[in-house]
Design a protein around this ligand. Structure first.
Ligand code: C2E
Length: 352
């Protein structure tokens, strides 16, 4: 089923909307990447209120609408906008399949009913007739039996087709669900999936009197780095840091890209000391790796991360846990960066 954006992008006004979208992007110095273009199409043509509100907020603040800003807004809203369309399509396919099966079952039911009636009338006829008439009655019955068998074969093959189509739909929906919770650049969980995972982890911990630790991680001086080496290399650095953090997400841990150059790692059931040592391992690994700019082979200089780690305390909600981990992250930044700080205690790791 076509969504509003599909109708706009493929409708008679498509070129008009595309022109208006590009004009608006140019007027606001927005680079026409695929993600930015899709976002601005939603903003200009489809008037998606959530996307519009976020874009207007960036414009009002006077900040540059960079690729990263676009990606962040997209990670929050585009997956759900796409998801809506995909789910509507899947729903439509599913109803079509169910209609086919319902029709086939109805036909099979009618045929069986007719067969039953033929059997009943044959048995009445048999009582009155002598053996000579039995042959024609048997012929009638075997014709009716053939018809039922044929109908059943059609039904079986339609059911097999439908089962195949349903499992394709299930796989497709599973893929859509995965895409909707994944950050496209890093393949970690996106912000929306992170919010849901933290909510679940905190709720489970509260119900089972357990704990959750949370680490928030930020790449140091990323803006300067991005301005010096360009967005493409900046993206590679984000991918590298994400790959290290992703490797730390063993067992029930969940690694997410929380914002542009910010990441989070949820540790269900683990205390802050365990989380602290994991993040320290990541910090040391990242700070000692020598990254190169791929186009020129130049060394990119030290990449370091600052982090804050907090553990749930009595009555902690996701928002308060994030606040305390964020507070610890800012302490790491204030104290010279390239370090990990535990919330609620002033213990910091060794610096670079
Ligand atoms: P990618 O380029 O897609 O590489 C994925 C993985 O392939 C890397 O994971 C690494 O295991 C392997 N790999 C790729 N190129 C090389 C290579 O030239 N030598 C070796 N030994 N292995 C290679 P890894 O290291 O975790 O990096 C993840 C992502 O981080 C990379 O994805 C890339 O986007 C970024 N990255 C890592 N190192 C560098 C670097 O020195 N320069 C740049 N520009 N990006 C890097």
């Amino acid at each position: 089923m076509a969504t509003e954006i599909d109708i706009i992008m493929r409708g008679p006004m498509a070129f008009e909307w595309a022109r208006k979208t590009l004009e608006a992007m140019e007027a606001n110095s927005v680079w026409p990447t695929a993600v930015n273009y899709e976002l601005w199409m939603y903003y200009v043509a489809a008037k998606d209120s959530r996307i519009a509100a976020e874009i207007e907020q960036v414009l009002k603040s006077g900040a540059q609408f960079t690729e990263q800003v676009g990606e962040e807004i997209a990670s929050r809203h585009l997956p759900s906008a796409r998801l809506n369309g995909e789910i509507l399509d899947a729903g439509k396919n599913l109803s079509a399949e169910l209609n086919t099966v319902t029709r086939a079952i109805e036909t099979a039911r009618e045929t069986s009913e007719a067969f039953g009636q033929q059997l009943a009338s044959a048995s009445v006829t048999l009582e009155d007739k002598d053996a000579g008439d039995v042959r024609s009655i048997v012929e009638t019955l075997s014709a009716a039996t053939r018809k039922v068998r044929e109908e059943n074969q059609v039904l079986e093959s339609q059911l097999a087709d439908t089962t195949g189509e349903l499992s394709r739909l299930r796989e497709h929906l599973e893929q859509v669900r995965r895409d909707a919770s994944t950050d496209a650049l890093t393949m970690l969980f996106n912000r929306k999936a992170f919010d849901e995972a933290l909510e679940t982890a905190c709720r489970d911990a509260a119900e089972q009197r357990g704990i959750v630790s949370l680490a928030v991680i930020d790449i140091d001086h990323f803006k300067i780095f991005n301005d010096t080496w360009g967005h493409q290399t900046g993206d590679q650095v984000i991918r590298y840091v994400a790959s290290v953090i992703g490797r730390m997400a063993e067992g029930a841990r969940i690694a997410a890209r929380y914002g542009g150059e910010e990441f989070a790692l949820i540790f269900p059931g683990e205390d802050r000391d365990a989380a602290f040592s994991v993040i320290e391992r990541a910090r040391v690994e990242i700070s000692t790796r020598i990254l190169k700019r791929r186009s020129t082979n130049e060394q990119l200089g030290a990449i370091t991360i600052s982090s804050g780690v907090a553990e749930t305390m009595h009555g902690d909600q996701p928002v308060t846990l994030i606040e305390r981990a964020d507070g610890a992250l800012y302490a790491s930044k204030r104290n010279g960066r390239n370090r990990t700080t535990l919330a609620d205690k002033n213990s910091a790791s060794q610096g670079a």
